[in-house]
Design a protein around this ligand. Structure first.
Ligand code: ADP
Ligand code: UDP
Length: 238
């Protein structure tokens, strides 16, 4: 696998071409942003933790039949993935009220829902990733009706698998964001990342936040929270 030119530098990752046109290399950075890039900083060690955590989560999901872009972990920060055309939807699943849900609907954080919620945002930084529904996505030709059905089903299956997994390491999966992409043959696979940047993760007993909210809300102990997640994932005692 030969790494070639950088194709894209995002807020948290760099994406490189390879000598195989159907594969990319993603490199995870320590850079952190919040509020659509308004707040900027760095979380030491984040790139390596997010890379390794994403790959473990994607492998676990793949072993349960979820199609993903994951191919091979190359190094601490670099992973080979299948190149996809990203469906420009941020797919958000929630089990407990928090963040923009709590704000938008004027409810407290921490309400456990009877069943998960599913929502889409239009992945468009210039517009601030506005919330949209299935009809809006169809009107904008962001995805076909069949793709939206597939993505919705996969997102809810992934939620159940992740929720069970996090429960086994004493963590409540509050909410998270997924991105899906199309392979060359048009099939839909899970892409991007699953990490404390993209999930809200609360300790089951203390409800301590072990995710990017510590950075967003200046709660301190940001690096420690990412490390704590990694320790629990690797089953290391502290
Ligand atoms: P952002 O673009 O939001 O700043 P990142 O810094 O995480 O995000 O950049 C990674 C970019 O790579 C994102 O735009 C994401 O949609 C895209 N991406 C993730 N997985 C793949 C893939 N398998 N193929 C192509 N693009 C991908
Ligand atoms: N999320 C994300 N990227 C985004 C927006 C949200 O990864 O651009 C994740 C976020 O970490 C949380 C979930 O999606 O786990 C729901 O986020 P919410 O809509 O509450 O928005 P936020 O409070 O992050 O603005």
């Amino acid at each position: 696998m030969i790494k070639q030119q950088m194709l894209y530098e995002g807020k948290a990752k760099k994406v490189y071409a390879t000598d195989n046109p159907s594969l990319l290399i993603v490199e995870y950075k320590d850079d952190a942003t919040a509020f659509n890039g308004l707040k900027k900083g760095s979380i030491q060690g984040k790139g390596s933790i997010n890379n390794r955590m994403t790959n473990r989560m994607m492998s676990m999901l793949a072993s349960h039949g979820i199609p993903t872009h994951f191919v091979e972990e190359l190094s601490e920060r670099q992973t080979v993935v299948k190149k996809v055309s990203i469906v420009p939807l941020e797919v958000i699943v929630r089990n407990i009220s928090a963040g923009s849900f709590a704000q938008r609907y004027g409810v407290e954080e921490g309400i456990v829902f009877d069943q998960p919620t599913l929502e889409f945002s239009y992945k468009n930084d210039a517009l601030g990733d506005p919330l949209l529904n299935r009809y809006h996505a169809l009107a904008l030709h962001l995805a076909t009706a069949e793709e939206i059905d597939t993505i919705s089903q996969l997102a809810l299956q992934i939620n159940q698998l992740l929720k069970d997994f996090f429960a086994s390491i004493h963590i409540d999966l509050v909410d998270f964001k997924l991105e899906f992409g199309r392979l060359a043959d048009g099939s839909i696979v899970l892409a991007d990342e699953i990490s404390p940047d993209t999930c809200r993760l609360w300790d089951k007993s203390t409800h301590e936040k072990l995710d990017k909210d510590r950075f967003r809300r200046d709660l301190g102990g940001v690096e420690e929270a990412y490390q704590e997640i990694m320790h629990r994932l690797l089953g290391e005692s502290k």
